[in-house]
Design a protein around this ligand. Structure first.
Ligand SMILES: Cc1cc2nc3c(=O)[nH]c(=O)nc-3n(C[C@H](O)[C@H](O)[C@H](O)COP(=O)(O)OP(=O)(O)OC[C@H]3O[C@@H](n4cnc5c(N)ncnc54)[C@H](O)[C@@H]3O)c2cc1C
Length: 295
């Protein structure tokens, strides 16, 4: 692995990934790089790209299913890019690896509104931006004023948020995000706290937050939400091996304890087949799979 000369301090070979995902499933990465600041992040990404292996980015692993055999790839993770967020008037600048819950908490303490829809969503700021995370109360994309991304030449480039296409759990971003500036609205901390609590209550009632999952497994692309299509097809509680369709929210596939990625993929295949046969609708994965499954 001579291509890692100079990166030995942040390199782990055959790094287990299960412990780095909320599913708690999957094999190892051939190599894992954990940069400690934005400049090292850009350099590590450059080295990963030059390695001849596929280069993959990992945030909090909360929207990810890793294959049981792992990935023959160089994974660069942002988990150490998690310094303190910085307030600039009604804006907050946050590093990509900051946990989303820490960002939402900071905004609340500052009395800045806009990030309440993100409460209860695990993962990192970078992953949330890449996925345009959020829900029916709003998404992170509408708050993003500026981003600092890793450019093709391995440097850091500043981009206006307005340049990015913010779609439903999808963006036009393909480059690594190192940091982001969010434009928020000043309010009292009490008002932000009140809204935050209401959204958290709503989520705790609807979602199996204590179970191992990657959130909603399928995209909501039909007029009916995916959970309803799955529930009305009689699949609540349906199991394959150690994986099951949540009884509480039918679009959550959960790891009952010892599920393998093969169990989850076989369960997702069974769900897709039943929904297609019953409703004529083909569900697509919202969760990203490593390696890609071509779903
Ligand atoms: C219990 C539970 C509830 C959830 N609820 C919601 C919800 O309400 N709404 C919602 O939108 N999501 C939800 N999710 C899904 C998930 O938390 C979000 O998609 C989250 O934003 C993913 O962030 P992450 O850091 O974990 O990304 P990862 O899972 O690590 O990565 C996801 C994708 O983003 C890429 N990526 C990661 N970091 C970067 C970066 N710095 N730059 C560029 N690309 C990057 C990865 O390569 C990958 O393609 C839920 C998940 C769980 C487990």
């Amino acid at each position: 692995m001579s291509w890692f000369r100079g990166f030995e301090a942040i390199l782990t070979r055959e790094a287990p990934l299960a412990c780095r995902t909320t599913f708690g499933i999957g094999g190892a990465a051939e190599a894992l790089l954990e940069p400690r600041d934005a400049q090292e992040f850009a350099e590590a990404w450059g080295a990963a790209r030059a390695s001849g292996r596929p280069a993959l980015l990992l945030g909090g692993g909360s929207n990810l299913l890793v294959a049981d055999a792992g990935v023959r790839a160089v994974v660069v993770t942002t988990t150490r890019l998690s310094g303190a967020p910085e307030r600039r008037g009604s804006r907050i600048v946050a590093p990509a690896g900051l946990p989303l819950r820490a960002l939402a908490r900071y905004a609340l303490d500052c009395g800045l509104s806009g990030l309440e829809p993100l409460v209860g969503i695990p993962g990192t700021v970078g992953g949330a931006v890449r996925m345009n995370a959020g829900g029916r109360h709003g998404t992170i994309g509408r708050c993003v004023e500026r981003l600092w991304c890793v450019a093709e030449d391995g440097g850091l480039v500043e981009r206006p948020g307005a340049e990015v296409r913010w779609g439903y759990r999808e963006t036009s971003l393909r480059e690594p995000v190192a940091a982001v500036e969010l434009k928020l609205t000043p309010e009292t901390p009490e008002a932000v706290r009140e809204r935050t609590r209401a959204i958290l209550r709503e989520k705790a009632q609807a979602q199996p937050l204590g179970k191992r999952s990657a959130g909603c497994f399928f995209r909501n692309s039909a007029p009916e939400p995916a959970w309803r299509l799955i529930a009305d097809a009689g699949l609540r509680g349906h199991r394959v091996g150690g994986a099951a369709v949540s009884e509480k929210h039918a679009n959550f596939l959960i790891n009952l304890g010892r599920a393998t990625a093969a169990d989850v993929l076989s369960l997702s295949g069974a769900v897709r087949a039943r929904v297609r046969d019953r409703w004529g609708i083909v569900l697509e994965h919202e969760v990203h799979c490593w390696p890609q499954t071509g779903n």
